[in-house]
Design a protein around this ligand. Structure first.
Ligand code: SF4
Length: 443
């Protein structure tokens, strides 16, 4: 049996895809190995969202080749978004010793591609980066093993073409799996002991299968017995119709936590990003969410230093953060990406030191907000889903998450991962809560 080593970079969709790849190769007689030393094939499932993601992969390829310089038969394959984004360069670059590439829609062809590679000397044609309008891998169950939270990709691709983003070029057009297919996977995962499901998509709330909406899908998945919590990521602010907000607020199994990528606070910059909403429309959506469910936890994504973003326009991002007070935020410097509209149309003219100044400022603001939000939980009794029976720091502590997806550290006791407990929150830091268990729930 040929041994395969797989390494995954980037987003949760890539982690999910790696489980798809493991399933495809596993059912074609390949064996997984945890080390490159005894692997016949090394697969790197790559990310292309920022320049440093690419650099990491280049260095890793050279390091693997160096570690295995006596092994000419070792085959290296590139999967994921670098495959579709850099196909030509990857295979033609003599300094990059790889053997084949496969894009995110070509994983069913991997066994065949690997066979072809073993027989061929000319690597330049060893690729399949076809972007499919139909492929959702709905007939492949990812090999997710052992855990409390399971991911289900309910749709693939993205049609939004935000000008800074490569995803529409690396993952193609939007397509959704049928609700029944998603529910069947949720049932299978519940049988395997998973208690929480996170529905996944590049633009999850534009899910649409023959008219079935994301709200309908959420509702159906919430009927699966054994699954007690449902989360979803990543949504787009433009796709939050009221019925979806009502369902999130009213359905006890749907967690009261929404990731709401803002990207920038100024409307002119949002237009350049092709985000399709204005600052005011975004703030109105936040108000609508909080009118329906005042304690909804909100997190976001922000890019600082998008081309031509002025100091005054950046101040509007600060203003939105101060108004919304997110529970957490992922903040990035603008990184020019090949193929994107922004690269073609807008000069990357915000100086690096200015980008650094802005990201440092926003991270400081966010740390304060996260800390204030967490301090407000002290004294509350919250429902926690235990995820680990020990923590990185101590085997006398265990760890779980509350409904807002915040980490809660608890003293070890007569309860274990997979169980729900009620805990009184006793302490807080910007990133973590601490508590003591007051009741073990029988659900
Ligand atoms: S919504 Fe925009 S940022 Fe998100 S994946 Fe699609 S194009 Fe990229």
């Amino acid at each position: 049996m040929k041994k395969v080593f797989i390494e995954t970079y980037g987003c949760q969709m890539n982690v999910y895809d790696t489980d798809i790849v493991k399933s495809v190769l596993g059912s074609n007689g390949y064996e997984l190995t945890e080390s490159t030393d005894d692997a016949d094939i090394v697969l790197l499932n790559t990310c292309s969202v920022r320049e440093n993601a690419n650099r990491k992969v280049h260095n890793r390829i050279h390091n693997i080749r160096h570690q295995n310089k006596k092994r000419d038969d070792l085959k290296i394959g590139i999967l994921g978004c670098m495959a579709t984004n850099f196909r030509k360069q990857l295979l033609k670059d003599p300094k990059l010793p790889i053997d084949f590439i496969a894009g995110p829609d070509s994983y069913k062809r991997l066994p065949q591609l690997i066979e072809e590679v073993n027989g061929s000397v000319d690597t330049e044609n060893n690729f399949d980066v076809t972007l499919s309008e139909f492929e959702t891998y709905s007939d492949i169950y990812p090999s997710q093993t052992g855990g409390i939270n399971a991911w289900i990709a309910v749709m693939r691709g993205c049609d939004n073409f935000c000008t800074f983003c490569v995803v529409p070029y690396t993952r193609g057009r939007e397509r959704s799996r049928s609700p029944q297919n998603v529910v069947d996977e949720a049932k299978r995962l519940a049988d395997k002991g998973y208690r929480q499901i996170t529905l996944l998509g590049q633009n999850v709330n534009s899910y649409n299968h023959e008219g079935a909406t994301f709200a309908e899908l959420l509702d159906k998945v919430s009927e699966v017995s054994g699954i007690e919590r449902i989360r979803f990521t990543s949504p787009h602010p433009k796709d939050f119709p009221r019925p979806l907000l009502k369902l999130i607020s009213d359905n006890p199994k749907v967690c009261k936590q929404i990731h709401l990528p803002l990207q920038a606070g100024n409307t002119r910059v949002l237009e350049m990003m092709n985000r399709t909403y204005s600052k005011q429309e975004y703030l109105d959506l936040v108000d609508e969410i909080r009118e329906l469910y005042p304690n909804m936890a909100l997190s976001t994504d922000i890019i600082v230093g998008f081309p031509t973003e002025s100091d005054a326009e950046f101040e509007e991002t600060v203003e939105v953060m101060e108004k919304v007070e997110y529970d957490s935020a992922f903040i990035f410097k603008y990184s020019e990406r090949p193929q994107t509209i922004a690269k073609r149309k807008f000069p990357d003219d915000v100086p690096e030191p200015v980008k650094t100044e802005r990201i440092v400022r926003l991270n400081k603001i966010q740390k304060q907000h996260s800390y204030q939000k967490n301090l407000a939980h002290v004294g509350e009794v919250q429902e926690i889903l235990l995820e680990q029976d020990t923590t990185k720091r101590s085997d006398q502590e265990c760890q779980g998450r509350n409904d807002a997806n915040k980490i809660v550290i608890l003293p070890k006791g007569d309860y274990h991962k997979g169980q729900f407990v009620m805990a009184e929150i006793t302490d807080a830091s910007p990133h973590t809560l601490r508590g003591k268990v007051v009741e073990v729930l029988q659900k």
